[in-house]
Design a protein around this ligand. Structure first.
Ligand SMILES: Cc1ncc(COP(=O)(O)O)c(C=O)c1O
Length: 456
C-alpha cells in the first residue's frame, strides 16, 4: 500500500494519554499529537483544505502563487500543498517567529519576507498588510487569509473533530486548544457540540491578546494588547474563524508557564512539542484542576513539533535570559504584593458614586488613582491628575457621577508576571496595574510599588 503524494498522509494523528504532568488532576487527560502530520503541525489540515476550496471556486488558478501571512506552520502546510499541486509560495512572517520556521519554509522552496512584530495590524509594515500588498502586485496570486477563511474551521470540523469523537468513542467531555486563527478550536468544538451539546470547550489565550476580554465584555479593547513571546496563539485582531459562541471558557497563560510546561512535556511525557502545546496543556490543566470530575475525559490539541523551538524554549540560555528558569532574576507581581506592608485590600469606587465623594475618598486614603467597578467588572479608573484637569475645565463637574468622567480601566497582568513585564505595561497612560491572586482577589500595583521592589 502506498500514498500517491505526501499530502494524502495528513490527519489521523494519535491520541495519547498524559500521565506525569496531569497526575494531580481529576479525569483522563488525552493529547491529540498533531506533529504526526507530514508538515509536523495541525496546520497541514487547513492549508490543504484552503487550497482545494480555492481551486474549486476558481480563486486559485493552475500555476498560480499562494501568498500568506503565517507564523510558519500554515506556510509549511501550504508549501506541501503547493509542491504536490504545482503552485509557487510567498510568505510574510513577523520577526518574533523562530529562525527555524523561516529556514524550514525556505528549504521547502518558498520565498519568505520577514516583517516587524511591534507595529499595529493595519500598519503597512505589518505581515498582514505586506501580504495584502503583494497579492495586489502579483498576477494569478491567491491570498488564503487563514484568519478569515472559513475553510480553516471547516478542515477541523471535517477531520480533527470526527477523529477525536471516534478515538474517544464519543466519551469526550472537555476539549481544550490554543486560539490563534480560531480554526482548530472552533472547527473541532462545532463538530463535538453537534454530537453532544454537553461537551465543554476551553480556549487557551495569552496575556497581551484581546480574546478573553472580548469574550467577557463583547468589547475589543486595544489596551489588552501588548507584546508577548508565545507563538501561534492569542491575537490583536478578531479573526472570523473565532466563533466566541463555540468557546465556553478562556484561560490566559503567561509566556513563562507555557514555556516551562513545554519542557516538562518533553522530559516527562516524551512529547517533544512546540511552545503553544505547553501553553495549551498548562491552561487546560489549570481549568481541569477546578472543574473536572474523575470520570471526565479532556482532549487537548498539541499543535506542532519541538524542532521549531530548539533555539527558544529548549535552549537554557534563552530561558535564563527571560527569567523563565527558576534562578530568580526579577521579582513578580506576587512578590510585590507579598512584600507590601499593611496591604489593606483594594479600594474601588462604584460607577454611580459622585465625583465629590470620590475626591474625599482619594484624600482620606492617601491614594492618587482608583479603579471604577460596576458589579464584578472593572469598567474604568479615576486618576487624580486627570480629575484635577477636568475640574479646572468644568468646576460644575464635581456634582456629576464617576461614570460620566472616568478614564479607561487599568490593565490586568498575571500574578507571576515579572518586574520587566510589569514595567513595560506601566506608562504615562497606565500608571497602575491590576492583578488577581490565587484566591481571585484583585490588587493594584503602582509605579511606586515597582520602584520600591527594585530597591529591595
Ligand atoms: C504553533 C501554533 N499553535 C497554535 C496555533 C493556533 O491554532 P489556530 O490558528 O487553529 O487557532 C497556531 C496557529 O498559527 C500555531 O501555529
Amino acid at each position: 500500500m502506498y500514498y500517491n503524494s505526501l499530502i494524502e498522509t495528513i490527519g489521523n494523528t494519535p491520541l495519547v494519554k498524559l500521565n506525569s504532568v496531569s497526575k494531580d488532576v481529576p479525569g483522563t487527560i488525552l493529547a491529540k499529537v498533531e506533529y504526526f502530520n507530514p508538515g509536523n503541525s495541525m496546520k497541514d489540515r487547513m492549508a490543504i483544505k484552503m487550497i482545494e476550496d480555492a481551486e474549486k471556486d476558481g480563486s486559485l488558478k493552475p500555476g498560480g502563487t499562494i501568498i500568506e501571512g503565517t507564523s510558519g506552520n500554515t506556510g509549511m502546510g501550504l508549501a506541501l500543498g503547493a509542491i504536490a499541486k504545482g503552485y509557487k509560495c510567498i510568505f510574510t512572517l513577523a520577526d518574533k517567529q523562530s529562525r527555524e520556521k523561516i529556514d524550514i519554509l525556505r528549504a521547502m522552496g518558498a520565498e519568505v519576507i520577514v516583517c516587524p512584530t511591534n507595529v499595529e495590524p493595519d500598519d503597512p509594515r505589518s505581515y498582514y498588510e505586506v501580504a495584502k500588498k503583494l497579492v495586489k502586485e502579483t498576477p494569478d496570486s491567491y491570498y488564503p487569509n487563514q484568519y478569515d477563511n472559513l475553510s480553516n474551521l471547516d478542515a477541523h470540523y471535517e477531520t480533527t473533530g470526527p477523529e477525536i469523537w471516534e478515538q474517544t468513542e464519543g466519551k469526550i467531555t472537555h476539549y481544550a486548544a490554543g486560539v490563534g486563527t480560531g480554526g482548530s478550536m472552533c472547527g473541532v468544538a462545532k463538530y463535538l457540540k453537534e454530537q453532544n451539546s454537553d461537551v465543554i470547550s476551553v480556549g487557551i489565550d495569552t496575556y497581551g491578546s484581546v480574546f478573553t476580554k472580548y469574550k467577557h465584555t463583547g468589547e475589543y479593547d486595544d489596551k489588552e494588547v501588548y507584546p508577548y513571546l508565545t507563538e501561534g496563539i492569542g491575537e490583536d485582531i478578531l479573526p472570523k474563524n473565532v466563533d466566541f459562541n463555540l468557546i465556553d471558557n478562556f484561560i490566559k497563560v503567561t509566556d513563562k508557564d507555557g514555556a516551562i510546561m513545554t519542557r516538562k512535556l518533553a522530559r516527562e511525557e516524551g512529547l517533544f512539542v512546540g511552545w503553544s502545546s505547553g501553553s495549551a496543556v498548562y491552561g487546560a490543566l489549570e481549568y481541569a484542576k477546578q472543574h473536572l470530575n474523575p470520570d471526565d475525559i479532556m482532549v487537548i490539541i498539541l499543535p506542532d513539533h519541538g524542532t521549531r523551538y530548539l533555539n527558544k524554549v529548549y535552549n537554557d540560555d534563552w530561558m535564563r535570559d527571560r527569567g523563565f528558569i527558576e534562578e530568580h532574576v526579577f521579582s513578580t507581581a506576587k512578590d510585590i504584593i507579598t512584600h507590601r506592608n499593611g496591604d489593606v485590600g483594594l479600594v474601588t469606587v462604584h460607577i454611580d458614586e459622585m465625583i465629590f465623594d470620590t475626591i474625599k475618598l482619594l484624600h482620606d486614603k492617601g491614594i492618587s488613582q482608583i479603579p471604577v467597578t460596576d458589579g464584578e467588572q472593572f469598567v474604568g479608573s479615576i486618576k487624580e491628575s486627570n480629575l484635577l484637569k477636568r475640574l479646572i475645565e468644568d468646576p460644575e463637574s464635581k456634582t456629576k457621577k464617576i461614570g460620566e468622567i472616568m478614564d479607561a480601566p487599568l490593565p490586568f497582568v498575571a500574578y507571576d508576571n515579572t518586574l520587566d513585564v510589569l514595567s513595560s505595561v506601566i506608562n504615562s497612560e497606565n500608571q497602575a496595574l491590576l492583578v488577581r491572586d490565587e484566591n481571585n482577589q484583585v490588587h493594584i500595583i503602582t509605579q511606586q510599588d515597582l520602584l520600591i521592589e527594585m530597591t529591595k
